[in-house]
Write a protein that binds this ligand. Structure first.
Ligand code: ADP
Ligand code: MG
Length: 748
């Protein structure tokens, strides 16, 4: 027989029906696909599965023992006749599960009391009992001496007889129960060539004491001990991390090979004038990252950098300094924001920070100044024409906008730097669309900013094609924020106290936010609440700002100047409300209390606001709450954040809120947040390919592996960009890229 290769189609070895079932149900097409379909867990002979852990609707394979059987009669609705139903109760010693077979009472012959087997099916519920209907099963031979047991018929039983103490349980489908997969894997393993090409370089394996690929695959599918499994899993995690980091290192290398115009600011320009005007000192981190960025900008290859950091750490300022440097070097900088509100806010704050420097051409403006253009969907008519013209002529050195900037019609005079704010809402493709607007012979430099802090390994995986800079330090003079959970169901008086606190703060000249998870009114849509609904069903609708506004204005907040802000308002209305809130209490049309939805989540910067009350706080995610809370504590006065919830203590929802109240460290919260999510959600939707290719690797847990793999993969790619020295790695990279492409095609 010809030697088996990992790239061979499964039907060559398994026969068409099995190959088709594996392809249809599990998308496994090649030998490698099947070998990389790792067991989810291992059933241990003599140890039954904990039946309490089964989740409704999940496809499960359990090892359990038959407790009793019972034949019941029921009326078949179709035929109108009586029929019989076999109910088999199986147990793990404590919990129970019912197996139901309609019109198959002959199965009693095999399924007698005391019999142990693997049962596989989808968990359903009938009369409050969890059950499997018509499960597939294989029964363990009766005798305890397994290897000597009477030979049974069929591949399934062969697998059970040969499997050691640990029986692999695979992610399975109805057509392909776990043991059929095991049997297919067994056939492939028996033909595996001795010298299997290994994508992990020998030197890496040696340095980290990792088994070779063949050994790892044998051990993960046919382990003899828990140590076998652990060693195999370690090695396979390395595979995933290394291949992924190789792809990312190649992307970084390719990107850095593109041409870019070096942007070195002329002395005595805007940047210097701006710095002279700054009312505060830069933080150590801002200085350091600023130097890194100006070094990047001075290169003849484009910068691709991620700037992430604690909420309120002053990322915008770092970005603005980079933009000014580019303007001083004769180029233009674009700032791309995910929402209209945020674009307006950036435009407003950048214009304010620049002062006369942003008023070139206007009376009183500075000679060295520039113009800050704003281009969003709602900038229309003559105003839009003017902005487009200023962008095209280079009159506007800085351009702030939303997706509208990506349109074909928008052309830049000389786009040198693209800053993407709050990257998690932008896709890679959009970044690319903007990058394409630079001069034909060069690419712009790119700086990406995230809204919330993210753990280092997540940054290395999700944004792995970018270099990462992090701001951890907050500017001096920030006042601390105290956060409390307000249990409004148990302690309604606490909520009353919250309104009193708002009145007190406004009385002292401060301002307040009240945040709601829903807009309300006609359309009953939630606004951007990113937390999954908890499992309790039939929860009441989240509190809505429009439904509460009147009540508060006439009641608890009577006499204060209150305004409403939400995503369905027209953008000039939004802009007006934000302007009045930012103008503060001393302004004749100022606003004291802003009742808002999550439109204020990111970017909004009003240092005089010192209280935030978040209604139905349990409806928000941890990172979202941290980001919201970052809207206060921006000035010299102590701030207070109140998380109002009806969730009882001890529930997961309450625990999340307690976590937010307990720390103001965004990195810690981000970890906490991500740990409670599934891996795919950690990586985000734009990373679908990476999701499916990460089977063993967990981005948060396997920090060591990811960091080490990144270093070694980068070194390898630098020395050997085409991976000529490790052909199997080259193929693995291709596989990953194909997966990525397939996902991309599916999406588009
Ligand atoms: P984030 O990193 O969350 O985007 P911002 O860029 O919005 O933070 O900055 C928050 C506020 O801090 C802004 O008002 C900004 O002007 C101010 N700020 C930035 N850097 C400093 C500094 N070094 N000292 C004092 N205030 C600063
Ligand atoms: Mg910001």
């Amino acid at each position: 027989m010809a030697e088996l290769r990992l790239t061979d189609p499964l039907k060559n070895v398994l026969g068409a029906p099995t190959a088709k079932a594996l392809a249809d149900g599990l998308s496994l097409h090649t030998i490698e696909d099947l070998l990389r379909h790792y067991p989810r867990r291992y059933a241990e002979r003599g140890q039954l599965t904990d039946l309490r852990s089964l989740e409704i609707d999940e496809h499960v394979t359990v090892m359990a023992q038959v407790l009793k059987t019972d034949v019941k009669s029921y009326r078949d609705r179709r035929t109108g006749r009586n029929a019989d139903r076999l109910e088999v109760v199986v147990t793990d010693g404590t919990g129970r599960l019912t197996l139901t077979f309609f019109k198959q009472k002959w199965r009693q012959r095999d399924l007698y009391e005391g019999r142990i087997g693997l049962f596989s099916g989808k968990v359903g519920v009938f009369r409050n009992q969890r059950q499997l209907t018509h499960p597939d099963y294989v029964l363990l031979p009766d005798s305890a001496e397994l290897p000597d047991a009477a030979p049974a018929e069929g591949a399934e039983d062969t697998v059970l007889r040969f499997a050691g103490q640990l029986i692999p349980v695979y992610p399975a489908t109805a057509a392909m129960p776990s043991w059929k997969i095991a049997s297919a894997v067994g056939i492939v393993l028996d033909q595996l060539p001795e010298d299997l090409d290994d994508p992990l370089p020998l030197i890496t394996r040696a340095a980290h004491g990792l088994p070779d690929l063949r050994g790892a695959l044998l051990a993960v599918h046919r382990p003899e001990s828990h140590d076998d499994i652990a060693a195999a899993r370690d090695r396979l995690r390395w595979d995933e991390a290394f291949v992924l980091q190789t792809v990312l290192a190649q992307r970084r290398l390719a990107a850095s090979a593109l041409p870019a115009v070096p942007r070195v600011p002329a002395a005595g320009g805007l940047l210097e004038a701006f710095e002279a005007r700054l009312p505060f000192e830069l933080t150590g981190g801002q200085v350091e990252v600023g130097t890194t960025i100006s070094d990047d900008l001075a290169r003849t290859h484009p910068m691709h950098r991620l700037l992430q950091g604690e909420v309120g750490s002053g990322k915008t300022l770092v970005a603005l300094r980079a933009m000014l440097a580019v303007v001083d070097a004769g180029g233009q900088a674009a700032l791309l924001a995910p929402t209209e509100v945020l674009a307006q806010q950036h435009h407003r704050s950048i214009t304010a920070m620049l002062g006369p420097l942003a008023e070139r051409g206007m009376l009183g403006g500075s000679d060295t100044g520039t113009r800050v253009a704003l281009l969003t969907g709602s900038v229309t008519g003559a105003r839009r024409k003017q902005e487009m013209l200023d962008i095209a002529t280079g009159e506007a050195g800085i351009v702030v906008g939303t997706h509208a900037l990506l349109q074909h019609k928008v052309s830049f005079f000389d786009l040198g730097l693209v800053v993407v704010d709050e990257q998690h809402r932008f896709g890679v493709e959009q970044r690319a669309a903007l990058a394409a607007k630079s001069r034909d012979d060069a690419r712009p430099h790119v700086l990406v900013m995230t809204a919330t802090p993210i753990p280092r390994t997540v940054a290395m995986t999700v944004f792995g094609d970018l270099e990462v800079s992090t701001l951890t330090e907050l500017p001096k003079g920030r006042s601390p924020i105290t956060t409390h959970v307000v249990p409004s169901a148990e302690k309604p008086q606490f909520l009353e106290r919250a309104w009193t606190r708002i009145r007190e703060e406004v009385g002292a000249g401060r301002q307040a936010y009240v945040v709601f998870p829903r807009i309300g009114g006609d359309k009953d849509t939630d606004e951007d609440v990113d937390v999954a609904e908890d499992s309790e069903q039939e929860r009441r609708a989240p509190l809505a700002v429009l439904e509460w506004a009147d009540r508060l204005v006439d009641g608890q907040l009577a006499g204060l100047r209150v305004a409403v802000l939400h995503g369905r308002m027209a953008s000039d209305e939004k802009d007006d409300v934000m302007r009045r809130f930012a103008a503060g209490p001393s302004s004749p049309d100022g606003v004291d209390v802003l009742l808002a939805t999550t439109v204020i989540e990111v970017g909004v910067d009003v240092p005089n606001a010192t209280v935030m009350v978040v209604m139905d706080a349990d409806r928000f995610g941890v990172s979202q709450l941290h980001q919201l809370r970052g809207r206060i504590g921006r000035g010299a006065h102590a701030s207070l954040c109140l998380l109002v919830t009806e969730m009882p203590p001890g529930t997961p929802a309450r625990e999340r809120l307690d976590a937010v109240a307990a720390t103001s460290d965004g990195f810690e919260l981000s970890r906490f947040d991500l740990e409670s999510r599934r891996e795919g959600d950690v990586l985000g939707s734009s990373q679908a390919g990476r999701r499916s290719s990460l089977r063993m690797l967990a981005v948060l847990r396997d920090e060591d592996v990811i960091v080490a793999a990144r270093e070694e993969a980068t070194a390898l790619v630098t020395a050997d960009p085409d991976l000529a020295s490790v052909p199997a790695l080259g193929r693995a990279v291709e596989r990953l890229l194909d997966e990525d492409r397939a996902d991309y095609l599916e999406k588009s």
